[in-house]
Write a protein that binds this ligand. Structure first.
Ligand SMILES: [Ca+2]
Length: 548
């Protein structure tokens, strides 16, 4: 079933101008429809993998500068409350395409996405758009709804990456971030000119194992990165899940993560085993050339620096390539009629709460950057309404002047981009993470975030956490942790209200615990295999695009 949506930013304004006052209702509708096809803006969506909102200077980063992503904030809108609904890669990508929560789109964990499902790309393609997908895909099946696509298999590689195209696989030499940016530009250069385009450019960076390009590696080599306030979090008041997590800077970074060099004589399995060790003591060479063995707090500080230098250098590569693409849009006179959006597939812990990685519904994991620039978008706007990744697919369709299927659970962000906030906009966000048992021993949980509070429920442990985000933005004090004392009347009341809101959201979004038990997770892996693809050797960027 389809429902009518309001017109896109651009078509609304033009339609008003061209429809004469005496025109009948039906011919006015025809005029809007006609205009929707001739004036549809191009849409360029740039996505990165694991890019923390607080590693963008426009979002107030204390650890780096991102001048090109910042340009989108200056020339467009920067959402200040943008969240994901399941903070890991594959589920987030399925939500991006379907506008649905994991329990409806069939991708709760790292399982394969069923490409026969309805997606935003299919609607844009049917609505007259030339559609493209480049870079990190990580959904296990071939992209559908795209006229031309070239994607990484599974996680992909940073150096000399293999790419998949219909029926083939090929290698492109160089660094994946730069190659992905170049492929995006080459795709734009070679697109048919008679149609508007919808292009998704999805960077692998800054995903683990954080292998930056040489220029940015050199830039961050000796940088001292400020430590976050909660690096030494002892998890007091939050005993349910945090103490058992295995994504800490202190204990869980491997020799591979820390870029330690294995002894030359180790090969194959032995070499891998060596690299997978999580060191508790380490001899390092200091600036004066002397060697010192680090352990305890000193070693944690060293690990934090090492991890952040590489992570931020990878972010810088992403920012460079945003700049490269924006520059191309300027040079090719595409900037005026192209909506450019930037976001990431999940949040990320920059040593916050002592962690790296994502998953947990605490603020660093839940929040994602979201910026948009283009025709009709107010420059310098900072919409603070609660938005989520379920909203992106409906937004693309609305901006294109196309109908939004009722199966999509999100809502178009177009009014917010114009600088308006509808009266009935959502006041809370629902989140659910399933991957337990899974990587990093992160316990399954769901929860609700409101403007002032967050309630998290670890359903396999029957344990709740409640935070006052206004008084305690770094979520250090779980208000339900009373050490055996009864809850105050105020906290009891709040707890009851948030539980009701959580139940309301689960009804609204039709979450019936479809994937609560890991035995119900759908089959197939997001990592392939991709055995149907024939090897075609090493190709340049332009040779690769010619294969599409
Ligand atoms: Ca990710």
């Amino acid at each position: 079933m389809l429902i009518r949506t309001r017109c896109s930013l651009l078509t609304a304004a033009i339609a008003l101008a061209i429809v004469p006052a005496a025109t009948t209702k039906s011919s006015a509708a025809e005029a809007v429809a006609k205009n929707a096809t001739s004036q549809q803006p191009n849409i360029l969506f740039i996505f990165s993998d694991d890019h923390a909102e607080h590693a963008i200077s426009a979002y107030g980063s204390k650890v780096n500068q991102t001048p090109f992503i910042d340009r989108l904030a200056q020339e467009g809108a920067r959402f200040t409350n943008s969240f994901v609904t399941n903070s890991i890669c594959t589920p987030s990508r399925a939500t991006l395409l379907t506008g649905q929560y994991s329990h409806l789109n069939g991708v709760p964990v790292f399982n394969r996405f069923d490409g026969s499902r309805d997606t935003v790309a299919k609607h844009l393609q049917a609505g007259g758009y030339h559609t493209g997908m480049i870079g990190k895909w990580h959904l296990g099946s071939d992209p559908t709804g795209f006229d031309r696509w070239i994607v990484l298999p599974g996680q992909g590689s940073y150096w000399n990456p293999v790419f998949l195209v219909p029926g083939k696989k090929l290698t492109i030499e160089g660094h994946c971030t730069d190659i992905t940016g170049d492929l995006g530009i080459e795709w734009l250069e070679t697109r048919p000119r008679e149609k508007p385009f919808f292009l998704m450019v999805h960077q692998k960076a800054p995903h683990r194992a954080w292998q930056p390009d040489e220029r940015n590696k050199a830039l961050f080599k000796d940088k001292q990165i400020p430590e976050p306030e909660t690096l030494w979090d002892d998890y007091a008041t939050r005993p349910a899940a945090l103490p058992e997590n295995q994504q800490t800077v202190a204990k869980d970074l491997t020799r591979r993560d820390l870029k330690l060099e294995p002894p030359a004589e180790l090969q194959g399995r032995e070499r891998n085993q060596w690299l997978n060790v999580k060191p508790t003591e380490l001899a390092v060479t200091l600036e004066d050339g002397t060697t010192k063995t680090l352990s305890g707090q000193e070693l944690v500080k060293w690990k934090y620096q090492r991890y952040m230098q590489d992570y931020l250098a990878c972010v810088q590569g992403v920012d460079d390539n945003v700049g490269k693409i924006l520059d191309y849009l300027d040079r090719s006179n595409l900037a005026d009629n192209t909506i450019v959006m930037y976001s990431a597939d999940n949040g990320w812990y920059l040593g916050d709460m002592g962690m790296y990685d994502k998953r947990f519904m605490y603020e660093p994991g839940l929040r994602v950057p979201l910026l948009a620039r283009g025709p009709g978008i107010k420059a310098g706007g900072t919409p603070d309404a609660f938005v989520a990744n379920i909203d992106l697919a409906p937004t693309f369709l609305d901006l294109a002047g196309l109908e939004i299927p009722s199966s999509m659970q999100g809502r178009s962000l177009a009014p917010l981009l114009r600088g308006e906030t509808p009266q009935d906009w959502r006041k809370s966000v629902y989140y659910r993470y399933y991957h337990d048992p899974g990587h990093h021993n992160t316990a399954a949980h769901y929860g609700v975030r409101t403007a002032t509070h967050k309630l998290i429920y670890y359903w396999k442990k029957d344990a709740y956490e409640l935070f006052d985000l206004a008084a305690d933005p770094s979520e250090q004090t779980n208000l339900l942790y009373t050490d055996g004392q009864p809850l105050s009347a105020e906290v009891s009341k709040l707890f009851g209200e948030l539980k009701l809101e959580l139940a309301r959201l689960q009804r609204e979004f039709q979450d019936d615990n479809q994937y609560a038990d890991s035995s119900d997770w759908p089959a197939g892996s997001a990592d392939g295999p991709f055995n149907d693809k024939q090897p075609t050797g090493v190709k340049s960027v332009s040779e690769a695009i010619k294969l599409l």
